[in-house]
Design a protein around this ligand. Structure first.
Ligand code: KG4
Ligand code: ZN
Length: 356
């Protein structure tokens, strides 16, 4: 539904709503990139007893807290609904019960206040955050690493993504979470594993580097996860074994991401020229060890590395409001009968190829 631009992005202000997984979030952002409010309520304590996210529990928690969070965001930003130019809500992909709560709430506010509604792809939120935080121009190479995704994409415009590679099995965040569980590091696993690895020896356990050196830019993490399981001691040997395993796993992940990203840099630079940015985004991009490694990879490939601050790598609503702003500025809004999508690839063409 693209229409000609109605106004410049700079003059707009949007409410963003995010409910696709286990964070309930609301944010108010303006088109200059100023974040007036960014409220995130983690459901970690609700899910901890189960060792992972329970979709039904997540959906109920979103329903219970979202209204209050939107109110807090408006209060923090010292604005009312009348000051807003649009409502952006995540409409997929994700746990559909939670997505429905956020999308329906966003539509209801849009209808009641006669405001434009933007149904946002959660992955596009991660993909465009670097434009909010670092003013990055198109085109850029994106490594999107989260709990459900691991992809390399050429980003050429809002809504324009060409997938260069993707995981053929587990997402990288999923592998972090599963390995953390094997090591009894608690939930959520990614940050706990990173902390534990700080005191470990990354060369202590010899683990595989799946896909390293292969043609193309695809990833695989399932074999690495299985290798960790096979190397777990039958009885606790004491000492620093958990930290050593965590550090060895993290080093293997870093090698895999580095190898695949270096290949993607070559392909991207051949198509788009040199001097562009490598943007790393998604929850796993909060990991400092991986950030450093990817920065070196970018520099070796002649690219500048950019990653949003860790708090804007993990799920939040500022990134959703930002997509709303980018799309609203070009008149690309959605009707109130937009149906939320549990699956919603950024590059539909490559998804069709993979499926067919
Ligand atoms: O983007 P995100 O918040 O949610 C999804 O869209 O999936 O990503 C969550 C994922 C989880 O798998 C979490 O363990 C991982 O990001 N993660 C990390 C770190 N912080 C979050 N993985 C490794 N190191 C971290 N510091
Ligand atoms: Zn996410």
């Amino acid at each position: 539904m693209a229409e000609p631009p109605k106004t410049t992005r700079q003059n707009l202000m949007v409410l963003g709503i995010e409910t696709s997984c286990d964070e309930t979030a609301a944010a108010i952002v303006d088109g200059r990139g100023q974040i007036h409010a960014n409220v995130v309520l983690s459901q970690i304590d609700d899910h901890r007893p189960y060792g992972g996210v329970v979709p039904e529990v997540a959906a109920r928690a979103h329903l219970e807290h979202l209204d209050g969070l939107i109110k807090s965001a408006l209060t923090q930003a010292a604005v009312g609904f009348d000051d807003l130019d649009g409502i952006a809500a995540t409409a997929g992909p994700g746990l559909i019960g939670g997505v429905l709560v956020g999308a329906v709430t966003g539509k209801a506010i849009a209808l009641a206040r006669n405001l434009p509604f933007i149904a946002v792809n959660h992955l596009e939120g991660h993909a465009l955050t670097a434009r909010l935080t670092n003013d990055v121009d198109f085109p850029y190479l994106l490594l999107l690493v989260s709990g459900g995704h691991c992809q390399l994409l050429a980003v050429t415009a809002v809504g324009q993504y060409q997938q260069l590679g993707s995981t053929i099995d587990d997402a990288v965040g999923e592998a972090f979470d599963k390995v953390a569980k094997m090591l009894d590091l608690g939930y959520p696993g990614g940050p706990a594993l990173e902390r534990t690895a700080l005191t470990g020896d990354p060369t202590a356990v010899d683990l595989p580097r799946p896909m390293r050196g292969r043609p193309g830019c695809d990833f695989s993490f399932s074999g690495l996860k299985t290798a960790v399981r096979q190397r777990l001691p039958a009885t606790d040997p004491g000492g620093n074994w958990r930290a050593d395993m965590a550090a060895s796993f993290q080093a293997a992940v870093a090698d895999c991401l580095a190898d695949r990203t270096a290949r993607a840099i070559k392909i991207f630079s051949a198509n788009h020229g040199s001097g562009h940015r490598l943007v790393v985004a998604g929850g796993v991009a909060a990991n400092h060890f991986l950030r450093q490694r990817l920065q070196s990879v970018a520099e070796a490939g002649g690219m500048t590395w950019v990653a949003p601050p860790p708090a804007l790598c993990t799920d939040n609503a500022a990134m959703i409001a930002w997509v709303g702003l980018e799309r609203l500025a070009v008149g690309d809004t959605d009707s109130l009968d937009f149906a939320p999508r549990p699956r919603w690839p950024l590059d539909a063409a490559s998804d069709r190829k993979a499926a067919g």
